[in-house]
Design a protein around this ligand. Structure first.
Ligand SMILES: Cc1ncc(COP(=O)(O)O)c(C=O)c1O
Length: 465
């Protein structure tokens, strides 16, 4: 019945979906297009018959339910938990955004004090608007030459926890978007010493479990919860993520599950859930391991060849080597992105003030990297005369928060021009995605230093005086 799998237990949900697709029943339920019969025929051509045949939600077709987990969905989550060495793994169809919201919603309460990396994703902050918990900032090292955040120093975590014994939870993003690694082993030990729980947002590290040449997953260091955006680099479909609780997690799994249930859609896509099962099975398979090895080798090849190009630098150090943050002398990141896209037909992951981020992915070939290197050689040999507005992407300012996030979010507000807003208190979360790091938060004083980042905004939402 299965094309590549030897037994059902290798990928329970993939197998259940094969079964469902191959044994159609007469259906009188949601989704109303009924296996693709009721859609625009050009749309069917676009996505293919099979995608529509398996577009269904839970509770139907004996495939199981997500909340509470049952059937093949439950089995797939259990296999994933085993694969990552977790006590419990939850599949999430709203990305790591929903995973972070659920952790904040279930594990923090109004006025709890938390320690959070300044470079956290905006979903963490949105979660705290829901819960009402209070933020203490942990400022990562600033890599000023690259205009990005670097690692978080364990000593800084210890100082904060020593000086504020009310802090109950530490929340770290690791790796950073550009791949910089913090010493999670040391940070986890410090958290244990001060009886603070540890969440690691490992959204960009979902491949780490599958190669000894990549950093160690925080679950192995005893982080209480870890979030993985499998869809970012792990090969699952866009919006699908996993939330793991470690073997000795101090978090109550029922509370996390309850929060996920409240925050999730009540119609989770089986296609997305199945893609999580498939991605985990693929990364565990010989073929997947080989693809990951190729991605690592391609990244090494790129780093080696890049050294030979005059004026080109690649971010090195304690880093996930598959993330290639590069810059070229005399070009900003946005300019380099523009040239790569328009002159060379290359789409990058993102561009920032100084550089451009490229990923060495499971799906890339060596030829892709040979082409990229040749293009970069060409670019470095040319002189460009590009004028561009003074826009900034990566906010490195230390936020001055004067009100609780939740109170500020729900306070009476008004909209005024951004120039008039200097000195006022923001009542909204503003963050460019990617990387989703906040430029302004509810309760934060707006300063003139913010203005270059707010190039998309004429008016800002501030608290009424
Ligand atoms: C560190 C980090 N956490 C969480 C998220 C949210 O992930 P998702 O896009 O899967 O909702 C992102 C997205 O970019 C991220 O960079």
């Amino acid at each position: 019945m299965f094309e590549f799998l030897n037994k059902k237990s290798e990928a329970p949900l993939v197998c259940a979906m094969f079964n469902y697709k191959n044994n159609p029943m007469a259906g009188f339920h949601i989704p109303g297009h009924y296996r693709g019969q009721g859609v625009l025929s050009d749309f069917r051509k676009l996505v293919g018959d099979d995608v529509l045949k398996i577009d269904t939600t839970d509770e139907f077709d004996n495939l199981g339910t997500l909340h509470p987990a049952s059937g093949a969905i439950k089995e797939a989550q259990e296999v994933a938990a085993k694969c990552w060495g977790a006590k419990r793994t939850f599949f999430v169809t709203g990305g790591s955004t929903v995973a972070n919201l659920a952790l904040a919603f279930s594990m923090t309460s109004p006025n709890d004090e938390l320690l959070i990396g300044r470079n956290c994703h905006r979903s963490v902050l949105t979660g705290l608007i829901i819960s009402g918990a209070k933020v203490n900032w942990l400022i990562p090292k600033k890599l000023n030459d690259w205009a990005i955040f670097g690692n978080i120093e364990p000593n800084d975590v210890e100082d904060k926890l020593k000086n504020n014994r009310n802090i109950k939870l530490v929340w770290i993003t690791n790796p950073t978007y550009e791949g910089v690694i913090s010493d999670i082993e040391a940070i986890a030990k410090i958290c244990k010493k001060y009886k603070a729980a540890l969440i690691v947002d490992e959204a960009h590290g979902s491949l780490w479990n599958f190669s000894a040449q990549l950093p160690n997953c925080a679950l192995n260091y005893g982080a209480d919860a870890v979030v993985h955006s499998l869809h970012k680099t792990g090969g699952s479909m866009t919006q699908s993520s996993m939330l793991h609780l470690s073997k000795n997690s101090c978090f109550d799994e029922n509370k996390v599950e309850h929060a996920l249930k409240l925050l999730h859609t009540t119609s989770p896509s089986l296609l997305l859930l199945t893609s999580l099962d498939a991605a985990r099975a693929h990364l565990s398979s010989q073929e997947g391991k080989q693809q990951l090895q190729n991605a690592i080798d391609n990244a090494k090849y790129f780093r080696q060849e890049a050294k030979k190009i005059k004026g080109l630098s690649v971010l090195e150090g304690n880093i996930d080597i598959t993330k290639l943050f590069i810059k070229i002398n005399n070009l900003t990141g946005l300019q380099l992105e523009y040239i790569l896209e328009h002159d060379y037909n290359i789409e990058v992951e993102s561009a920032s003030d100084e550089g451009v981020l490229l990923l060495s992915n499971l799906g890339n070939s060596r030829e892709d990297f040979v082409y990229l290197i040749n293009c970069l050689k060409d670019i470095s040999s040319k002189k460009y005369d590009i004028t561009q507005k003074n826009v900034k992407i990566m906010p490195l300012e230390d936020p001055e928060i004067v009100m609780n996030l939740r109170e500020a979010y729900f306070a009476p507000k008004e909209y005024i021009s951004k120039e008039q807003a200097i000195g006022r208190i923001s009542s909204e979360v503003i963050a460019l995605c990617p990387p989703g790091i906040s430029i302004l938060l509810p309760g934060e004083i707006i300063k003139k230093e913010h203005l270059p980042y707010l190039f998309n905004y004429d008016k800002l939402e501030v608290i009424k005086e």
